[in-house]
Design a protein around this ligand. Structure first.
Ligand code: ADP
Ligand code: MG
Length: 157
């Protein structure tokens, strides 16, 4: 793993803007794991990612549905937005949900995802969100596998 990289976003809009940059960089088969406590901004960041990917549908917390598929824009890949907490931390269960998408052709973003991906892939990006004072959020990127080469592109975008 290369050194983790931290950024500070004082407003939800700035967090979403970073999500947009990340979403524009995502490709089929990508796995992004969001870590951080309730209210840290995981769903807010995912809204930005969805916008950057150009997918359809309103992004809301996946808590009650376990996983939601946002259909691809043209061109682009679908977004699968997952709540790993509800899946008991076992992402291999995604295969059993009968989602209306091919996971290998989708970008997968997982709330509460840390610790749940190792069985799925060696290549994943952990995005850690921490609450600082008031509305300030610190986001730390922890790349694994091929993501180590991709993270520098994200932060210069
Ligand atoms: P989570 O999915 O991690 O539980 P949400 O994205 O649902 O978190 O909620 C985060 C809340 O914090 C939202 O109401 C959002 O508007 C607010 N917020 C305040 N400041 C920020 C910021 N800098 N970045 C992201 N969200 C923020
Ligand atoms: Mg959430």
């Amino acid at each position: 793993m290369v050194a983790a990289l931290s950024m500070v976003f004082p407003t939800p809009e700035e967090t979403m803007d970073f999500g947009r940059a990340l979403g524009r960089a995502l490709r089929a088969g990508d796995l992004v794991l969001l870590a951080g406590p309730l209210g840290a901004g995981k769903t807010t960041l995912t809204r930005g990612i969805a916008d950057g990917l150009g997918v359809g549908g309103r992004v809301s917390s996946p808590t009650f549905v376990l996983a939601r598929v946002h259909p691809a824009g043209a061109p682009g890949v679908p977004l699968v937005h997952v709540d790993a907490y509800r899946l008991g931390g076992d992402l291999s269960q995604l295969d059993d949900l009968d989602l209306d998408t091919d996971l290998e052709r989708s970008a997968i973003v997982v709330e509460w995802g840390e610790g749940s991906a190792e069985r799925l892939s060696d290549d994943y990006l952990v995005v850690r969100l921490d609450r600082r004072e008031d509305d300030v959020r610190e986001i730390t990127l922890e790349p694994h596998g091929t993501w180590t080469e991709r993270v520098p592109e994200l932060t210069t975008a």
